[in-house]
Write a protein that binds this ligand. Structure first.
Ligand SMILES: *Cc1c(COP(=O)(O)O)cnc(C)c1O
Length: 376
């Protein structure tokens, strides 16, 4: 067994695993399950500081992103795709797939999207039905200031679709205050349940736009609108994965009880970055570090594959490489959700320092100790 220190999936607590093993009813027919589902959705809305309805869909985080685009996009729509990372750019594919025209706003991928620069752009270009944004672009660990960007877009009448799959609950998300129309999350990142579920909060404005479509939503599984009124109708579009939802509910109850979650992510993130810098390694980004993941450039003397192999074989710890344009360039430590604890982080950084030393890379001090000193 490995210690899973990847930026999702994360470690799953025993009470979540046990909740998934509870006896099941028929979720299509048992009215008590409709109550359970609705109460779980309401808890998610509460934890995300919104009066907007949340729906839970049976699919991994990607389904939420695709469903948001499928449900809003009509053929010919112009969609602004804010891109400073792999997931940022990736939204363009979903827009195209559902007949829209993505307009990429591509900026520096080592720093967060700048509000003032976006404002200059929007003064001249604002004829968009909606915009897509990524809160934490996980392959690089880039944290974008959605709390500044979404209200600005809203000012120009542009709806927002935000992917916060790998940031929410490790970084602050206040849906109403940030004026986010569709916010997408997943079960397997900071929420710390196994992969398999996505959830989306939906604003009244977004519901209005879906209701006024001229063409039907070109998807069934990716149709958010088909869920509306499920509770009154006692009808789901498909059989809900009841055990997954039992686990998700427990994971959210854990989050509800954990009053210091954001603060803990902040100091763990900061201590991790400090240990990396003091060890003489280089962080991939210049600024905009998400407190849910740390992304480190691979020293030129070795490869990402070698570091990850030694970490697994010698230390039984799993870190992640990256993908797309960052494939082979960086390694990533996921410190989100249950992974964000001092003990696991100290052990992970200590092992990383030893791994690098064994590969002939100079490390200035014990990385576990550097982390410990930074935490104190
Ligand atoms: C993990 C993640 C998702 C979910 O999809 P994967 O299949 O795990 O790639 C979506 N968006 C972001 C930013 C993520 O980190």
């Amino acid at each position: 067994m490995y210690k899973i220190m990847t930026p999702g999936p994360t470690q799953v607590l025993e009470n979540v695993r046990l909740a998934r093993s509870l006896e099941c009813t028929n979720p299509d027919l048992d009215e008590s399950f409709f109550d359970f589902y609705k109460e779980t959705c309401e808890l998610i809305s509460k934890l995300l500081c919104t009066g907007n309805e949340t729906i839970i869909m049976d699919g991994e985080g990607i389904l939420g992103l695709e469903a948001a685009c499928a449900s809003l996009t009509e053929p010919g729509d112009l969609v602004l795709v804010l891109d400073n990372g792999v997931y940022g750019k990736g939204f363009a594919d979903f827009v195209t797939m559902y007949g829209g025209t993505p307009v990429l706003y591509t900026v520096d991928d080592k720093n967060p999207i700048d509000k003032a620069a976006l404002e200059e752009y929007l003064k001249l270009n604002h004829d968009f039905k909606y915009a897509t944004l990524v809160h934490c672009d996980t392959p690089s660990g880039m944290l974008n200031p959605i709390g500044e960007l979404c209200p600005l877009l809203k000012k120009y009448g542009i709806l927002t679709v935000v992917d916060s799959v790998s940031a929410m609950f490790g970084e602050e998300v206040k849906v109403d205050e940030f004026q986010i129309d569709l916010l997408c999350g997943g079960s397997q990142k900071a929420v710390s349940a196994p992969p398999g579920l996505t959830f989306v909060t939906v604003s009244e404005d977004a519901k209005g736009v879906m209701a006024q479509r001229n063409t039907p939503i070109a998807s069934f599984y990716g149709n958010i609108q088909v869920f509306f009124g499920y509770y009154e109708k006692k009808w789901f579009p498909y059989t809900m994965p009841i055990s997954d939802i039992y686990g998700l509910r427990q994971a959210f109850e854990n989050i509800q009880r954990d009053k210091d979650m954001i603060k803990r992510h902040r100091f763990i993130g900061e201590a991790c970055r400090q240990a990396v810098r003091k060890a003489g390694l280089s962080l991939h980004l210049e600024s905009g570090f998400s407190n849910t993941v740390t992304v480190i450039d691979v020293p030129k003397e070795t490869t990402a594959g070698e570091i990850l192999r030694v970490m697994r074989q010698e230390h039984h710890i799993m870190l992640a490489g990256s993908f797309d344009s960052l494939e082979g360039q960086v390694i990533r430590i996921g410190h989100m959700g249950t992974n964000a604890n001092e003990g696991d982080m100290e052990a992970t950084l200590e092992a990383l320092g030893q791994t690098l030393s064994s590969l002939g890379i100079p490390v200035k001090a014990s990385m576990g100790r550097l982390f410990r000193e930074a935490v104190l």
